[in-house]
Design a protein around this ligand. Structure first.
Ligand code: CP
Ligand code: NVA
Length: 306
């Protein structure tokens, strides 16, 4: 079987994604009823982190253990990765000692180069450009609450960052719409989002207009990791892009609220929203575990039908 990577959301087809969502439900069911499911016994996941993480590390590490395998954590501070070893060399060595690799790094180009030199599947655990595992979990969470996302509308309020880019890719693969509202100067870069047209998204100057008709309202920090030097300027520029109760009222009546976390209450989201009844952020975070288990199962074993 050819090696399959998950470096961008659209590395998987609609059909493959739907299979992963079905498997997620089954795998989550096993976990919730304390049933052992060890299809990846004797398999090893290597996780490489060049940026901080709570959820991604925990969900991949716990997930691999729960599937019967082992997970090894490497970071740039105490491995040779931070001391200038070429990424191609690291990929050759790491992929000879493991069965699957997850990487959180800076430029997308780094993970692409790693994958080109890897003997095993590589998963993007966040780059400056994309965060595909997050959107896998978000869409699964949406499906659990509302059914298929096809034809639905997601409102993205705030920075056109890695998470936003990934929503835009997902909208093309799974055929839904994204309303995007960013402050002037922070608009979506079509090339960065790897899009070729406006088929599935619309931009709005006013975030209240973006929220109208949305089935899901979502946002993320104003300053992503690696952009900390812009923090003060961004706080000023994004001040009118906070998701608050008024904005949730502009959306559809039972719209969900999601945030990939970590969140800053009082900045991109008001406490009344993230801690309110439309918020599903804790389920969203938990679903990282379940979807990534289904993803690893798929990348390593292909289509498992049970
Ligand atoms: N949402 C997310 O990826 O969280 P971490 O940065 O904690 O991994
Ligand atoms: N956009 C954020 C997501 C963190 C999970 C970042 O890149 O820092």
């Amino acid at each position: 079987m050819a090696i399959k990577h998950f470096l961008q959301f659209n590395d998987l087809t609609t059909d493959e994604l739907n299979h992963i969502f079905v498997r997620t439900t089954w795998i989550k069911g096993q976990f919730k009823s304390y049933k052992q499911y060890w299809p990846l016994q004797d398999r090893t996941l290597v996780m490489i982190f060049e940026k901080a993480s709570t959820r991604t590390r925990l969900s991949f590490e716990a997930g691999m253990h729960q599937l019967g395998g082992a997970a090894i954590y490497l970071n740039t501070r105490d491995s040779q990765l931070g001391r200038g070893e070429p990424v191609e060399d690291a990929a050759q060595v790491i992929s000879r000692m493991s069965d699957i690799v997850m990487i959180r790094t800076f430029e997308q180009e780094i993970i692409e180069r790693f994958a080109q030199n890897s003997r095993v599947p590589v998963i993007n655990g966040l780059t400056n450009e994309y965060h595909p595992c997050q959107i896998l979990a978000d869409i699964y969470t949406f499906i659990e609450h509302k059914g298929s996302i096809k034809g639905k509308t997601v409102a993205w309020i705030g920075d056109s960052n890695n998470v936003c880019n990934t929503w835009l890719q997902a909208a093309e693969v799974l055929d839904f719409n994204v309303h995007v509202s960013t402050p002037p100067g922070y608009e979506v870069e079509m090339e960065r989002a790897n899009l070729y047209g406006h088929d599935h998204f619309e931009e709005f100057a006013d975030p209240m207009d973006a929220a109208k008709g949305a089935d899901l309202v979502t946002t993320d920090v104003w300053t992503s990791m690696g952009f900390e030097a812009e923090n003060e300027e961004r706080k000023r520029d994004f001040a009118d892009w906070q998701v608050d109760d008024d904005m949730m009222r502009a959306a559809n009546k039972d719209a969900l609220f999601m945030h990939c976390l970590p969140a800053h209450r009082g900045e991109e989201v008001a406490a009344e929203v993230i801690d309110g009844k439309q918020s599903v952020v804790w389920e969203e975070a938990e679903n990282r575990l379940h979807v990534q288990k289904a993803l690893m199962e798929y990348l390593l074993l292909g289509r498992v039908e049970k």
